[in-house]
Design a protein around this ligand. Sequence first.
Ligand SMILES: Cc1cc2nc3c(=O)[nH]c(=O)nc-3n(C[C@H](O)[C@H](O)[C@H](O)COP(=O)(O)O)c2cc1C
Length: 231
Amino acid sequence: MRWLIVVTVLASTTFTFLYGGFKLVSEVEVGVKGDGWIKLPEPRKRGEISVEEAIEKRRSIRDYLDKPIKIEHLSQILWAAQGITDPIRKFRSAPSAGATYPLEIYVVVGEVESLNPGVYHYNPYNHSLRLIKEGDYRYQLYKACVDQEWVLKAPASIVITAVYERTTSRYGERGIRYVHMEAGHVGQNIYLQATALGMGTVAVGAFYDEKVEEILNAKGRALYVFPLGYR
Ligand SMILES: Cc1cc2nc3c(=O)[nH]c(=O)nc-3n(C[C@H](O)[C@H](O)[C@H](O)COP(=O)(O)O)c2cc1C
């Protein structure tokens, strides 16, 4: 009888460790905090492929598998876009003229594991998302992006907006070009990180600015849309 109890306890501990343990981690890491921020899983600092392979494999992908995005993967791409990589000086993954950081990152979520459909705003400082509005806005975003099908089909899209004054207040007119250069840096990080995760994206620059900004309740002007999905 005693051996039966020992075997049962061992089996249930192993099961909890293998399955229950994993569930617990994701529940804790994606939990909504009291202040309304949805904490994202910690990004990984080591990937499956080299930066050279990611550069070689990067392509604009406009066809995605019908599969929800894992929260770990969205977290990783947001970190690559604008995550804090120098916790002391609060510098980020992409360079910024005078560290003025004019860019804001939004996510239009349709199908992402652990997130309800909605429009979210990314906060690099606590690597979290805040829900701006609930609901699936992919159709509206697709219409705003002049009916580009990949925007409708992608499980989620990242949108980059710019608050120009953060940079032009220091650099004047020249700050405008700095902001656009910075969006390019962020866009390339999104492309390369997506590639490294077996995902695809495409830089979408053709859209009605005001319509995209209205969908986001945006801070700043819309610059770029990046639909995301598995390839
Ligand atoms: C500023 C910019 C705007 C773009 N806008 C769009 C767009 O609105 N729709 C689209 O499908 N692709 C868009 N693209 C993606 C280009 O079509 C793509 O990069 C080009 O065909 C080269 O292919 P590759 O990215 O696979 O190397 C854009 C790219 C850039 C850099």
